[in-house]
Write a protein that binds this ligand. Structure first.
Ligand code: AP5
Ligand code: MG
Length: 215
């Protein structure tokens, strides 16, 4: 059956890393609003031009822009066929209310990693500027900073500066943590420890999601 999942977590918790693996595991569409916005910026679309200054400074992009992007994406055939895994959406209670007006959710996961650990992960993160594949300084691509998947340049994200990271973590506390609490009240939230190897965290996530789906 098609799955309808959300993944929450502090910046650098591993949402992007894990949601690619989870989407493959469940046959669902991986929908990362951050990736979609970065693609829009790279292509200089009207949404990209509007979003860039918010993103570079670490601020949330306004709800009305995000809702248009997500509503259009959720209507595509791959979502109809296999369901979806949303990475980075919703981040405000307004976005959450609008989302549940579009579709029900089976499970919302909160991937928990402490702030000192995420700061270290973000400072060593590198991403493919072409396909978005995530690397780190300790796990680089095989050829120096050329993506193993698509041959694109692997670089540091424009918003991985200390000032923007501080701002993003602040928005997480003020906007996204209350949103997570709002989902807890809907009885779909599970909390998963994001410390450990990628494989350990994936196994924990799949077990928690399967348990919640069949509860
Ligand atoms: P977005 O792209 O979503 O960024 P974010 O929330 O800041 O989250 P990150 O991508 O930084 O963290 P992640 O949890 O995905 O970590 P990752 O897997 O890369 O959003 C960017 C911007 O877009 C926002 O600031 C905002 O402006 C805008 N935006 C997006 N959605 C929006 C919305 N809904 N509303 C409004 N604005 C929106 O992992 C981090 C590093 O850790 C990597 O190097 C990785 O290799 C490493 N790592 C992962 N797992 C492990 C592990 N188990 N052990 C060791 N290292 C690990
Ligand atoms: Mg991410």
């Amino acid at each position: 059956m098609a799955v309808r999942l959300l993944i929450f977590g502090r910046q650098g918790a591993g949402k992007g890393t894990q949601s690619v693996l989870l989407a493959r595991h469940y046959g669902a569409a991986h929908i990362s609003t951050g990736d979609m916005l970065r693609e829009a910026v790279a292509n200089a679309t009207p949404i990209g031009l509007e979003a860039k200054s918010f993103m570079d400074s670490g601020c949330l992009v306004p709800d009305e822009v995000m809702l248009g992007v997500v509503e259009e994406r959720l209507a595509r055939p791959d979502v109809m066929a296999g369901g979806f895994l949303l990475d980075g959406f919703p981040r405000t209670i307004g976005q959450a209310e609008a989302l549940l007006g579009l579709t029900p959710i089976d499970v919302a996961v909160d991937l928990v990693v402490a702030e000192d650990v995420v700061l270290e992960r973000i400072s060593s993160r590198r991403v493919c500027s072409s396909c978005g594949r995530i690397y780190s300084v300790s796990e680089p691509p095989t050829r120096a900073w050329i993506c193993d998947t698509c041959g694109g340049d692997v670089v540091q994200r424009d918003d991985d500066t200390p000032a923007a990271v501080t701002k993003r973590l602040g928005a997480y506390t003020s906007e996204t943590q209350p949103t997570i609490g709002w989902f807890d009240g809907k009885d779909v939230l599970v909390t998963v420890d994001g410390l450990g190897t990628r494989e350990e965290v994936s196994a924990r996530l799949i077990s928690a999601i399967d348990h919640a789906r069949h509860a």
